[in-house]
Design a protein around this ligand. Structure first.
Ligand code: AMP
Length: 410
């Protein structure tokens, strides 16, 4: 199928051609016609399937074909969980709509509000926003959603994970009930299914790549290794020069920072992106990664969600995620839009239960690479008392003040 079989208007077809998109992806084929006919839609699809274009293209066309006279108002609102994803969606709207007289703006937290206010005052047709900043601006009466015709909730499951669901519900309540609503989610936890039931009217349901079926184009492999040797195994793996650019996933922000220090010491260009980094630092790291001046991007899951990097060949799970779906999201960073990719996972003894959950979810065993210089020596779980136990932050000071009750006899 070609894009010109989807009844798209010439300015959009021209933009798609300039993006070098030749044929629509499955979600685009299935979602664009019902959205154009005004239907609500429930899309079960993960990042990498082309879902942004699946909602952005018909949104642009609908707004353009039904122009409104007078001052520009927000007619389409896209809510998405992360800043990176918001920027990405905004850039896609700009690209697909570049031959249309529609205005798009993006707002997210962590940066000054002023330029976003100015953009809004000038008038926008399409607003892409993260829930926190959108709510802030709504409370300050800087945003009015009463003209919203199209509401798009993107990565709804992630918004739930990140604790945004109340913000999202407050936002939805401020939009007109007579609207077209599109909801996209990679997984369908109960809370999202319930929300979908309450906000969508007779939705067309489109499901692409169920989360349990990992993209076939991705070559997966697994290395069993002791935790203490993971850093060295990573350096060993990075000797492979065919790994030109790679996202390395860690579970924690501190873990990401430690790993970057280790890689930098070994003369490997690496930067971390996570929630503690300023928006500017994240953007710079991402930019350097995209233009290949940075070889390794170390990321936590939330920060990495929604980053769109063309031609990412490798993903390394330095630590396995404790939520099995996250594994699928992570490795889905490669193999995007039909490209092949490689996903390497390092698993220490204590992560074996996570591995079992992942393999259950994806319905297959990840091939194990046995021949490597750091084979796992540990044969039993790390005893609890051997793990460093940190006092809760607010109690730490109190504990310092408490004198030991028992004196050690010397
Ligand atoms: P998404 O799932 O929206 O994050 O899109 C994943 C990637 O696929 C992005 O880099 C898009 O630019 C690209 N893409 C989306 N649709 C197409 C298409 N029809 N042909 C080629 N690339 C596409």
């Amino acid at each position: 199928m070609q894009f010109n079989e989807l009844n798209l208007i010439p300015p959009i077809l021209k933009a798609l051609e300039q993006e070098n998109y030749t044929s629509p992806t499955p979600i685009q084929q299935q979602a664009i016609p019902p959205i154009l006919s005004g239907k609500d839609l429930l899309g079960c699809a993960q990042t990498g399937t082309g879902k942004t274009a699946a909602f952005a293209i018909p949104t642009l066309q609908l707004l353009h074909k039904n122009p409104r006279a007078g001052r520009r108002n927000i007619r389409a609102l896209v809510i998405t969980p992360t800043r990176e994803l918001a920027l990405q969606i905004y850039e896609n709207f700009c690209a697909y709509g570049k031959h249309l007289p529609l205005k798009c703006a993006v707002i997210f937290g962590g940066v000054s509000q002023k330029p976003q206010e100015v953009a809004l005052q000038k008038g926008v047709d399409i607003l892409v926003a993260t829930p926190g900043r959108l709510n802030d601006l709504m409370q300050q009466k800087l945003i009015d959603l009463k003209n919203v015709e199209l509401l798009i909730l993107d990565e709804a499951d992630r918004m739930l994970d990140m604790g945004f669901i109340h913000d999202v519900k407050k936002i939805i309540a401020k939009t007109p009930s007579q609207r077209q609503t599109l909801l996209f989610s990679a997984t369908m936890p109960g809370a999202i299914a319930q929300m979908a039931d309450s906000i969508l009217r007779n939705p067309v349901k489109v499901a692409i790549t169920p989360v349990s079926s990992t993209v076939d184009a991705i070559g997966q492999s697994l290395y069993f290794v002791d935790k203490s040797n993971k850093k060295d195994l990573l350096l060993h793996l990075l000797k492979d020069k065919s790994i030109e650019s790679v996202i390395v996933f860690t579970r924690t922000k501190h873990g990401a920072d430690r790993l970057v220090r280790h890689l930098t010491k070994a003369q490997i260009s690496a930067k971390a992106i996570h929630g503690d980094k300023s928006q500017g630092a994240r953007q710079t790291a991402l930019q350097h990664f995209k233009n290949r001046t940075l070889r390794v991007l170390v990321a936590t899951d939330i920060a990495a969600r929604g980053i769109d990097i063309d031609e990412l060949s490798h993903v390394i799970n330095y630590e396995l995620p404790n939520i099995p779906e996250t594994y699928v999201h992570r490795i889905g960073r490669t193999g995007r839009a039909g490209q092949s990719g490689v996903a390497i996972s390092l698993c220490d003894f204590d992560e074996k239960p996570y591995l079992a959950d992942i393999e259950k979810l994806i319905g297959k065993r990840i091939p194990v690479i046995k021949d490597h210089p750091y084979p796992m020596q540990q044969t039993a779980p790390t005893p609890k008392e051997a793990k460093p136990v940190r006092a809760p932050r607010n109690k730490a000071k109190e504990m310092e003040r408490v004198k030991p009750k028992v004196k050690v006899k010397g």
